[in-house]
Ligand binder design. Structure first.
Ligand code: FEO
Length: 400
């Protein structure tokens, strides 16, 4: 359990959690995640961020390999969500810091989680600089990326940005740096997954924040989850990836998510899929029984169109489809084209309700919902195919 020196006298002292899956409703990647924390050794020794509950021992053990924990002078909490600050009480007790720095909004979070603690907490303002000897730490508030208290810490002397949640990915691995990971496809997928399940609603803020980051001289971005982006090229790559993800430019791909009771809606889904594919729109068909709502959201990152299918069940849609819609709406995707379909036995509300749900997310709906009683016959399957074709044509026009 060794610390990893990422810059001279700056060490990764975090924890790798191979088992963690569920994170406030977001099902993390199958490989878990990391809680990254960083120790800066200088005239004042600074611990930037801590770890999740249950991981304090790992952090302290790693840290103690390079510094007596009681010699940590300051703790910086860039963000108080418990994956970064759930172990704070144990660490404060061991380290007894002279000061704990938080953002202005962080005062509320730290008081909320740790009411009654008589800790030496000090709020810093955006742009404020803390001199720790040979180095300075410049704090930059990043409100709502993704909590009100979020901020990042920039160390100009090392060209290092410790970026907290931004630019992270949920990857548990023995690699600390993206260039050591050895699987670019997974790395890119986890960046998209993280963005689309956590950061997406704040895309307008991301677009305003990126120029602020680009104005800094940086050759390393060290997030609090996953791999560290090392070198100017890697820094450029992750900034460009965020700009593309936040921009949500329409892409000529479609996503169909659906649930089915007796395979009628499923047959409709396949016919809609054919209509899209035969009109040059590659399509991913996702049963919500087989795919968690987080996976559906991740897939949406590459899709300019999204179509939803459900049979009518108790005058509404099946619950797993309802869950995806609720989750998707909260994440506020922009700039999509939608479509809806579903089978029924008697009352038949589902397709119209799906149409309304998607329209409520400001999706463009080029065709009405397709519904069918009992089993889809030839005409219904033709109507589903036509729905796919109409959405494909609208999407191609949008992408042109
Ligand atoms: Fe990684 Fe917002 O916590």
């Amino acid at each position: 359990m060794q610390p990893v020196e990422i810059k001279k006298d700056i060490f990764w002292v975090g924890s790798v959690d191979y088992d963690h899956r569920d994170f406030h409703g977001y099902s993390r990647s199958p490989s878990g995640s990391t809680y990254n924390a960083y120790l800066i050794k200088d005239q004042k020794n600074v611990l930037v961020d801590t770890v999740a509950p249950g991981h304090a021992g790992t952090l302290l053990c790693r840290l103690a390999k390079t510094l007596d924990p009681e010699k940590v002078d300051y703790i910086v909490c860039n963000h108080l969500e418990l994956d970064h600050a759930g172990a704070l009480a144990e660490i404060v007790e061991r380290v007894k810091p002279e000061k704990i720095f938080v953002s202005q909004a962080g005062l509320k979070s730290i008081a909320g989680y740790y009411e009654g603690k008589n800790w030496p907490v000090q709020a810093v303002k955006s742009g404020e600089t803390l001199n720790i000897g040979q180095r300075n730490i410049v704090f930059q508030e990043t409100r709502m990326l993704h909590w009100p208290d979020s901020m990042v810490s920039y160390i100009p002397e090392d060209k290092l940005l410790i970026s907290n949640d931004i630019f992270g990915q949920n990857i548990a691995s023995s690699a600390r740096f993206a260039d050591d990971f050895g699987n670019d496809d997974i790395y890119v997928k986890r960046i998209k997954e993280y963005y689309y399940n956590i950061v997406l609603p704040y895309s307008p803020i991301v677009l305003k924040t990126l120029p602020v980051v680009e104005a800094l001289d940086i050759d390393m971005i060290a997030p609090d989850h996953g791999l560290i982006h090392r070198g100017k090229k890697a820094v450029r790559f992750i900034i460009d990836a965020y700009r593309a993800l936040a921009g949500q430019k329409p892409q000529q791909r479609a996503l169909i998510f659906y649930d089915t009771m007796w395979q009628s809606t499923e047959r409709m889904a396949y016919a809609v899929c054919s209509g899209l594919e035969e009109n040059n729109v590659p399509t991913r068909l996702m049963s919500v029984k087989s795919n968690h709502h987080s996976e559906v959201m991740t897939e949406l990152a590459d899709c300019g169109a999204v179509l939803a299918g459900s049979p009518t069940h108790n005058n509404t849609v099946l619950p797993l489809v309802g869950a995806v819609l609720t989750y998707m709406k909260g994440l506020r995707p922009l700039n999509r084209i939608g479509g809806a379909f579903g089978s029924y036995g008697w009352s038949g509300e589902s397709a119209k309700q799906l149409q309304e749900h998607l329209a409520a997310m400001n999706m463009e709906m080029p065709a009405g919902p397709v519904k069918c009683a009992w089993r889809p016959d030839k005409d219904t399957l033709k109507a589903c195919h036509a729905l796919g074709r109409t959405v494909a044509e609208a999407l191609k026009k949008k992408c042109a």
